[in-house]
Design a protein around this ligand. Structure first.
Ligand SMILES: [Zn+2]
Ligand SMILES: [Zn+2]
Length: 440
């Protein structure tokens, strides 16, 4: 997960953890025998997975330098009997589990890189690489990917089709997915569907997702005017126009991070205040550039839905064209700028989102799956989005927090920590989910 800017206050997480969603397992239906086998095999390998995760945690490697990590992954997959391709788009690794029988082709993606960080770790298996830390949980993602490969290799005789495991480098730089694709990933493998996850502050034992975008759409709106003597008035007019074009509710409520996960207002409530909005990050970015010929004003835009994003420019353009400044207007456009936190959000396929949420909750209990109804105005993204441009799929949040143990799995925060039980959850739920997809 790439976090462009904003620091998130710990308070929001504590609030969230108190909302009592963690009732995993209470309504579980009787699993079919194959899902029982999945769970007992995951239990068997669980301790070894925790060991692997801690080894990655002690040896984190920053984006683009994941040499050791990728070697460990490749060795593990080879030992499982998978066909393994290495050095794809940098240190990317692909494992191919071919059942030898025709069928669906399902891809699972895990990101593998760590981050530069001097913040002291909270665990006693902290980094041995000074200034580098797995503070986004990709060590857990990598381990879960390896665990799923192990479980499905173990079930191979009962499965049809092919499963691809994509271990992606350089996610934190928003580069690895594009690099793997540019290096011919989709010539090597042709998945029908793709899935992946990110650790999140939801309670351990749960997963959460929604169809369409899982993060807010962020982009830069650039309005260009002809240079004139009216510059100050034009800036004021544009600021006023942009500010009034926002659609969210009361300012304080919307921007209070404590509300993002609150049961009443937050993203897990069907009537969340984060369901449908256009908001400007004017505190973060409002840039005025004057030159001899033009005046350019740029604002960072947050849109909750693709529809909001698509209708914003025509609406602004129309308002300027019907104002007294119409003659000065040159253009209104989205202008992606290097160095700005502008990234694509994963876009979940509606049908696959519904089907996978349904299959996981029918096997592991209704409370294991948290449907989301909105997106928070936080500057998070994941370059997994680029895989989903070619292949329909779903991106899940995997709960990693545990209130009782004082663990808050909020990526990129100093006290970031993961309940390792989430490895068991991830391997179980998503092994079962892939089996269900292959059998469908
Ligand atoms: Zn991250
Ligand atoms: Zn991440």
């Amino acid at each position: 997960m790439t976090l462009a800017t904003k620091k998130i206050r710990t308070a929001l997480l504590l609030q969230f953890l108190l909302c009592g969603l963690f009732t995993f397992g209470q309504n579980a239906t009787t699993p079919s025998s194959i899902h029982q086998s999945v769970q007992s095999y995951t239990d068997e390998i669980f301790d070894s997975l925790v060991k692997i995760r801690r080894d990655f945690h002690e040896h984190p490697e920053v984006s683009g330098k994941e040499k050791r990590t990728s070697e460990e992954i490749a060795e593990y997959l080879l030992a499982l009997g998978l066909e393994v391709k290495t050095n794809i788009g940098g240190y990317g690794v692909v494992g191919i589990l071919n059942t030898g029988r025709a069928g669906k082709r399902i891809a699972w993606r895990a990101d593998i890189d760590a981050m530069p960080s001097d913040v002291p770790d909270v665990v006693d298996f902290s980094s041995k690489n000074e200034g580098v830390r797995h503070i986004c949980g990709h060590d857990v993602h990598t381990t879960i990917g390896m665990g799923i490969a192990n479980v499905l290799a173990n079930q191979k005789e009962k499965l049809d089709g092919t499963i691809y495991f994509i271990f992606q480098p350089a996610e934190e730089l928003n580069k690895g997915a594009k690099a793997m694709i540019a290096d011919g990933l989709f010539n090597l493998i042709q998945p029908d569907e793709i899935y992946g996850l990110h650790i999140s502050p939801y309670p351990v034992g749960t997963i959460a997702t929604k169809s369409a975008n899982v993060f807010t759409h962020i982009t830069v709106v650039e309005i260009a005017y002809k240079a004139s003597n009216n510059q100050e008035a034009l800036v004021d007019f544009t600021k006023e126009l942009m500010t009034s074009a926002q659609t969210y509710g009361p300012n304080a409520e919307f921007w209070d991070n404590n509300n993002i996960f609150s049961p009443e207002l937050g993203v897990t409530n069907p009537n969340t205040i984060y369901k449908d909005y256009t908001a400007l990050m004017d505190k973060l970015y409002f840039d005025v550039k004057k030159s001899k010929d033009t005046l350019k004003i740029r604002v960072l835009l947050n849109a909750s839905t693709k529809e909001r994003l698509d209708t914003f420019l025509p609406m602004i353009k129309n308002k300027i064209e019907t104002s007294k400044y119409s003659k000065e207007l040159l253009s209104v456009k989205f202008n992606f700028q290097k160095g700005l936190p502008v990234m694509e959000t994963p876009m979940n396929n509606k049908e696959l989102t519904n089907e996978t949420m349904k299959s996981i909750s029918s096997i592991y209990g209704k409370q294991s799956v948290i449907p989301l109804y909105g997106v928070a105005p936080l500057q998070f993204s994941d370059d997994y989005a680029y895989f989903q441009k070619s292949v329909p799929g779903v991106y899940f949040f995997l709960g990693g927090s545990n209130n009782e143990k004082g663990i808050i799995a909020m990526p990129h925060t100093p006290n970031f920590e993961v309940d390792e039980e989430s490895i068991r959850t991830g391997v179980n739920y998503f092994s079962s989910m892939i089996i269900e997809r292959l059998n469908n």
